[in-house]
Ligand binder design. Structure first.
Ligand code: 5AD
Ligand code: SF4
Length: 365
């Protein structure tokens, strides 16, 4: 069989070699890929886009990932920690604006006070929304007991990016110690799945040392792991991180952007019914980056609803979208630009991953 894009898309088997051909497609073949991913998205998830109000409630982190601006050793910025009231108010905002669900995200901490605080927040947010707001957590690696406690308190989805599915690449991006173990990250993902969370992962695209083979393995990892949700986006350098020294050895930013859209498109082709988020990092490169991701196959957007005074301090990478406009204005313009790409917000719905329910049914649960 010829190895061109059309043949590959018509076939059913996607191995690393074929995925790499798709990721490298240009011109008409690139159009072909995006046409197919849009068609599949339309058939499987419709034209709805689910909003998750993202609350980045603290940028305090005990980890030291080499790529991340809020890593422990970066002392050159302000650390913050929202009060419970500020977090609850943000949740009320999401609820009033009919978002359906929120994401609670912070730097990674693991101690009993933090665990108890999150449990309390889950309970209060469930209460203030009459059980109606869905809650996704993105709080890093935790023990099984902690994950269980949070599930029982009302969280039902969990995002934990594998960042790079190739252990050798992962090792180049993280310090070599217990706190940054690839093995532990993988175990956490397995635990989340066992505990019945809708489980999400993701990777960065265009990292130093990363190859097309790595990216194909990332997509195959997601498929083999039978993941329910994915959030992935371009790596963007941050000047106060160790990885900045490779800034001249990586793909130009426009190529990282395009490759991220292709990763989304290929993922939609190989995992038709999962939830795929349009990452904020795409918006950092192109103001309409998230909308372009929606056209390529994404069906979730996470508008940042962190209170304005803190929003610019969750500074993972340079040029993270700054927020001169009021939150209401941001949401209004997002709704307008989504309309232009024929997407409709799924108001008031949790927008769960169809894949999750199928997966559970097939496993007899
Ligand atoms: N560029 C892009 N994404 C980043 N993240 C952290 N640092 C960067 C960066 N420099 C992503 C990681 C993490 C998520 C919270 O933010 O994938 O999981
Ligand atoms: Fe902390 Fe996450 Fe940044 Fe790593 S990527 S330093 S765990 S916030």
């Amino acid at each position: 069989m010829k190895n061109n894009v059309k043949d590959i898309l018509e076939g059913r088997k996607f191995d690393a070699e074929k995925i790499i051909t798709l990721l490298k497609a240009e011109g008409k073949e690139r159009d072909e890929l995006f046409r197919e991913s849009a068609r599949i998205k339309h058939n499987y998830t419709g034209n709805k886009v689910y909003f998750r109000g993202l609350i980045e409630f603290s940028n305090i982190c005990e980890k030291n990932c080499y790529y991340c601006g809020i890593r422990r050793d970066n002392k050159k910025f302000r650390r913050y920690n929202l009060t419970d009231k500020e977090i609850n108010d943000a949740a009320i905002y999401a609820h009033k604006n009919n978002f359906g669900s929120i994401v609670l995200q912070s730097g990674e901490l693991s101690n009993p006070d933090f665990t108890a605080r999150v449990t309390g927040l889950l309970q209060s947010i469930k209460k203030l929304s009459d059980g109606k707001l869905g809650i996704t957590l993105s709080l890093g690696e935790q023990s099984k007991e902690v994950y269980r406690e949070w599930y029982e308190a009302g969280a039902h989805r969990y995002l934990l990016r594998i960042e790079a599915s190739n252990p050798a690449l992962y090792a180049k991006l993280h310090p070599d110690d217990e706190l940054h173990s690839y093995h532990k990250r993988l175990e956490c993902l397995k635990t989340l799945k066992k505990l019945n969370y809708q489980t999400g992962t993701g990777v960065m695209i265009g990292l130093p040392f990363q190859t097309y083979e790595d990216l194909a393995s990332d997509l195959l990892f997601m498929r083999n792991f039978d993941i329910d949700m994915v959030g992935m986006g371009p790596y963007i350098e941050h000047s106060n991180t160790p990885l900045i020294k490779y800034k001249n050895d990586i793909l130009p930013i426009a190529d990282r952007f395009d490759l991220s859209l292709k990763m989304i498109a290929v993922l939609r082709v190989i995992m038709k019914d999962i939830n795929i988020a349009a990452s904020t990092a795409l918006q950092a490169i192109d103001p309409l980056g998230r909308e372009k991701a929606v056209q390529a196959g994404a069906n979730v957007i996470m508008p940042n609803i962190t209170p304005g005074i803190y929003r610019d301090d969750y500074y993972l990478y340079d040029n993270k979208p700054r927020t001169g406009d009021s939150l209401d204005d941001c949401i209004e313009s997002l709704k307008k630009s989504l309309k232009e790409v024929n997407a409709v917000p799924g108001y008031g719905e949790w927008g769960d991953s169809a894949h999750y329910f199928k997966r559970r049914k097939n496993s007899g649960k």
